[in-house]
Design a protein around this ligand. Structure first.
Ligand code: HEC
Length: 158
């Protein structure tokens, strides 16, 4: 599978454009491989949702180690989604690079307010892609309750 890197947005755009030819705003999924591609994209997205929730509670608890881990996981999931599905609007994937970088910067600065701002930007990015693929009914927001009660989010806090 060709890698789609969020680390280098400019190069990623070029690579992805070369890869898919055109940017499509259709929701029809054109798989690059795999037996149940539709399910796999939905799985990646559900994983992204879990990561999005955990990232919030990690940041809120000041568990920057976990926040770093979740940010990397989110990045990888979005890269995988872009690599697997030709019809994902590439612009909407690459625009995620900026808030993800802003989150990393906030984590490095251990700055909760900066983190919250970057998190809201990231969330807006999730929604703007959903809107452009006509999935505006999948609306993401800041989580207000933590469903992962078996995980200690304050652990390893530095
Ligand atoms: C580049 C486009 C794009 C971005 C960015 C994106 N998504 Fe999605 N998302 C999709 C598509 C396409 C689907 C439909 C997948 C399917 O069912 O095949 C989807 C579906 C979903 C679903 C529906 C699955 C369900 O069980 O309800 C959730 C939740 C979701 N995304 C969460 C997120 C979160 C959280 C983010 C941001 C961290 C995000 N998405 C970013 C394109 C995107």
């Amino acid at each position: 599978m060709k890698r789609f890197s969020l680390a280098k947005p400019a190069a990623a755009i070029v690579a992805a454009m070369a890869l898919i030819g055109t940017i499509s705003f259709a929701v029809a999924q054109q798989p690059r491989g795999g037996e149940r591609p539709q399910a796999r994209l939905a799985d990646l997205m559900q994983g992204a949702q879990v990561g999005h929730i955990k990232l919030w509670f990690a940041g809120k608890a000041g568990n920057w180690g976990l926040a770093t881990y979740q940010t990397k996981q989110l990045k990888t999931r979005l890269e995988d989604a872009a690599a697997l599905y030709q019809s994902l609007p590439v612009n909407d994937v690459t625009t995620m690079a900026k808030p993800l970088d802003a989150i990393s910067a906030a984590i490095a600065a251990k700055d909760g307010r900066q983190f919250a701002r970057a998190y809201d930007e990231l969330t807006a990015g999730c929604n703007s892609c959903h809107q452009s693929v006509k999935l505006g009914f999948v609306a993401i927001r800041r989580p207000n309750a933590n469903p992962f009660s078996d995980q200690e989010f304050g652990a390893g806090k530095k």
